[in-house]
Design a protein around this ligand. Structure first.
Ligand code: COA
Length: 162
């Protein structure tokens, strides 16, 4: 039986930390679906639209043949069922991620009981990266080339530099 995993997130934008996790997971699962979430509420305004975020993920991850990138706008559990996935994959960067991840995993276990949430840790040099910090550095004119793919760096420069 081939094992399908779904890696959900907002990826606004995808960072080297996300790519590192995807590269690790692509070796473990037969098929990995990077699931780019729509923003559920107006309280968090995206920098990139859903289709821009999907496009950037697709470009950055195009070297991985068993990885696909798809958008989803509703419940993750429903998307996971639709993909017939057996695993939800999440990254744990630090202890501070744990509580939120534990809640998400527990809720998803209620919603899709047959699906297991599994966690990977990114390489240590990416443990402090987050998309919002990268956006902030880019918006203030800082060099983000160590944190994101050159294509993402260019997209950030175009969107954020004043
Ligand atoms: N490297 C770098 N950064 C990482 C990372 C990694 N490996 N893993 C996570 N991050 C960062 C992200 O960049 C993001 O940073 P930011 O807040 O500065 O933008 C932050 O960690 C949170 O990650 P993300 O996974 O994008 O957001 P989230 O935890 O809010 O996402 C969803 C959660 C999308 C999976 C969740 O909201 C969801 O499932 N939504 C769909 C609706 C639903 O089903 N809701 C019920 C859930 S039980």
């Amino acid at each position: 039986m081939s094992v399908v995993a779904v890696y959900p997130g907002t990826f606004d934008p995808i960072t080297n930390g996300h790519s590192d996790l995807v590269e690790r997971a692509a070796k473990l699962f037969d098929h990995l679906i990077v699931a780019v979430a729509g923003y559920p509420s107006a309280s968090k305004q995206p920098t990139f639209t859903l289709s821009e975020r999907v496009g950037l993920c697709g470009e950055v991850l195009s070297h991985l043949p068993n990885v696909e990138v798809h958008p989803f706008e509703n419940l993750l559990a429903e998307f996971v069922n639709r993909c017939e996935a057996q695993v939800i994959l999440r990254g744990l960067r630090a202890v501070s991620d744990f509580e939120h991840e534990f809640q998400l995993a527990s809720m998803n276990r209620q919603l899709v009981p047959g699906v297991e949430t599994m966690f990977l840790t990114p390489a240590e040099q990416y443990a402090y990266i987050s998309s919002s910090l990268v956006r902030e550095v880019a918006a203030l004119g800082g060099d983000v080339s160590r944190f994101v793919h050159p294509r993402v760096q260019a997209a950030l420069a175009e969107r954020l530099r004043r």
